[in-house]
Design a protein around this ligand. Structure first.
Ligand SMILES: *Cc1c(COP(=O)(O)O)cnc(C)c1O
Length: 365
């Protein structure tokens, strides 16, 4: 039986081994571990890849949300609208700056924030909307921007799962006032450790974010404010620089693999991901839905095919938000899909033969 891992970072490494090894060796032999040319170059290359005015690197994709919220002046007593399904960073970052995350249920078809439900959650305290481009699918940005404009709110896009995704031919991360990126190893562009960054066209947000991420200084020893240490590690920047030129190809391979799943999986009990109109979904994850998730996961595990669940508990129902008293009927879609979603293997290097093996097993259900 052939083992099929959930992600395969090793085969990606082997495909670019010389470049990666050289990048790491250079940083070590230059002993420039903090700051330096690799940081500047990565910031410039990723800025230009996105097509924004500013890109500021930082330590990870959770800090980037926190720092951007602070850079926009959000804090105690403010409310921030977030989707009911995401990784906890999205809401945790809001609480960590002493603001309150307000959850909105997600769309039945696309699993992103449901724009029809946003306005009912807006109060006089609301400052920001954080759409998450979940699994690599762009949120409904045209509508979200309309609502934000009408209510004078800022928009922070959580692009941790959506490097290169587009809606109406415009990249995610270029729609809102600013955008947060994660380069966690398993993300579509991943470092060999933690890494993150912040994109914006707004000079004030960029400067404030840069300051906060480096102890409140833009010029060494001139601490205009108290910030924090959230610098990107130079080794990680060098690794990301070596990987970035491959991102377009890797993204197309993910999309190709998603198309293969789409043509090969025929089981009527399994709902496959749908792509929003006029959108480019970059398939960070390939998430199927079934009423028999546990059984299906066990069968796949039995065939040495790794799966995962993103995420088994929707944000409003996590233990840490128990005091909010949320009940399932507050978030009917999220509460239904949290019990049905299953992420099956998805990465650029996944082979058509592997996809066929997985499809054959699913088609027997
Ligand atoms: C991965 C992720 C983050 C946070 O990224 P880290 O770099 O791990 O801190 C934030 N939001 C979403 C939706 C993510 O998937």
């Amino acid at each position: 039986m052939k083992k099929i891992p959930f992600v395969d970072l090793h085969s990606q490494y082997l495909s670019i081994k010389d470049d990666i090894d050289r990048a790491i060796e250079n940083i070590i032999s230059e002993t420039s571990f903090i700051g330096g040319a690799a940081i500047k170059n990565f910031e410039e290359e990723f800025r230009s890849y996105l097509g924004v005015n500013y890109f500021v690197s930082c330590a990870n994709g959770t800090d980037s949300i926190e720092i951007l919220l602070k850079a926009m002046g959000v804090g105690y007593g403010d409310e921030v609208i977030v989707p009911a399904i995401s990784w906890i960073s999205t809401s945790e970052a809001v609480s960590n700056i002493n603001a309150t995350p307000v959850f909105v249920d997600v769309e039945k078809d696309y699993y992103c924030m449901d724009v029809k439900l946003i306005e009912a959650k807006i109060t006089s305290k609301t400052k920001v909307i954080i759409p998450v481009h979940l699994y690599g699918q762009p949120a409904n940005m045209p509508e979200i921007m309309k609502i934000a404009k009408k209510h004078n709110l800022k928009v922070l896009e959580d692009c941790a799962q959506s490097h290169g995704a587009e809606i109406q031919n415009k990249k995610t991360g270029t729609w809102g006032d600013c955008a947060s990126f994660s380069f966690y190893p398993g993300k579509n562009l991943g470092a060999y450790g933690d890494a993150g960054g912040m994109a914006t066209n707004n000079k004030n947000i960029a400067e404030a974010a840069k300051k906060i991420a480096n102890h409140g200084q833009l010029v060494k020893h001139n601490h205009e404010i108290e910030g924090r240490n959230s610098r990107l590690d130079t080794l990680q920047a060098a690794i990301l620089l070596a990987k970035l030129p491959h991102l377009k190809k890797w993204t197309e391979q993910r999309i190709q693999n998603a198309n293969l799943y789409l043509t090969k999986i025929k089981a009527s009990s399994i709902i496959l991901p749908q792509v929003r109109l006029e959108s480019k979904h970059v398939f960070h994850l390939y998430v199927v839905r079934t009423k028999q998730r546990e059984k299906l996961q066990q069968i796949l595990t039995g065939h040495e095919i790794q799966t995962a669940i993103h995420y088994p508990t929707a944000l409003p129902f996590l233990a840490c938000y128990k005091n909010r008293g949320h009940v399932k009927s507050d978030f009917p879609v999220a509460s239904e899909i949290q019990d049905e979603i299953l992420s099956i293997p998805m990465y650029a290097e996944l082979l058509e033969d592997d996809i066929q093996i997985i499809a054959n097993i699913l088609n027997q259900q």
